[in-house]
Design a protein around this ligand. Sequence first.
Ligand code: NDP
Length: 332
Amino acid sequence: SRRFQLTAYPAGEPTLDNFELVETELSDPGENEFLVQNEWLSVDPYMRGRMREGDSYVAPFQIGEPLEGACVGKVIASKHGEFSAGDYVLGNQGWRDTWISDGTGVTKVDPEAAPLSAYLSIMGMTGMTAYVGTLKIGGLQPGDRVFVSAASGAVGSIVCQIAKIKGCYVVGSAGSQAKIDWLKDKAGIDAAFNYREVDDVSAALQQHAPEGIDLYFDNVGGDHLQAALDNMNDHGRIVCCGMISTYNDKTPQPGPANLFKIITKRLRMQGFLVFDHIDMQAEFQQQMGEWVKAGNVHWEETVTTGLENTPAAFLDLFQGNKMGKAVVQVNP
Ligand code: NDP
């Protein structure tokens, strides 16, 4: 089995040297175990949070232990009652090509119902983050004026389209002209701007949402959060989903200088973790499945090929070198 592990915790922006590919011998599956060959791996921004010491909501990765992450693979040998050779499964044993499991935390997926990679994107954790964050945490209402940062990303692109389905005015920010074009032409949002090309995110947002913002879906933090606070309407809501602009900071950045606007505008800001909302999974799968079937939701995947290129795909998340959900195809 080939698997990635950390050589050291990254200081600041991770680099390829922080990762090493090692080979280990896998024994045959024992009683009540099965062997899986991974086909698709997920790389996600939250993994950066596990690449440092200290407490967080998930334990840090251990140096010299295999990295983890969502993956979809095929069972190739089994001595387990519920999983048979030929089954496709979703697990958390990413960053490697093969693994043995007793079934804990592993679910079967149907390769006929959706392309396998979709279980890591639109039909998986990222689609569900968009669904829970927008509808439950954000309490999205028809007619809301919605701002989404990292709008062309895995979560953001779905948030934008849920808001359009619900009859909202949607403005997004993203880091390239190709992403802006996609947001307007494919996702069908009302306005979008390239935050790398504006001097002042707040002024750009004001220009693209002159009637203000009722709901801000924050994937970025930092200057985007400050810009949203400037442009929020009274009684607006801010969904704190992620703050990717801070994940590689060596020392904490100063917070937004305008937090007092939370008071004067009577805002509600709420963070959430998708894992706490597993009770919504069946509803999410049903509703998202319908939207996808009806062609109401488009999603993009950027596919990196070859297990050995997984760290590069991960690093690209922080450069924005991809569209939609970043996935790795293990053996193209
Ligand atoms: P994305 O697919 O959106 O990838 C990250 C994107 O962030 C990049 O493509 C890049 O796009 C943008 N980005 C990177 N650095 C910066 C920066 N400094 N300023 C502005 N934009 C930046 O990732 P996901 O959709 O998987 O995740 C989006 C956010 O949601 C993350 O913050 C993540 O941590 C969070 N998340 C939270 C969950 C929860 O349960 N709360 C669950 C899943 C994700 P661009 O070219 O536009 O800059």
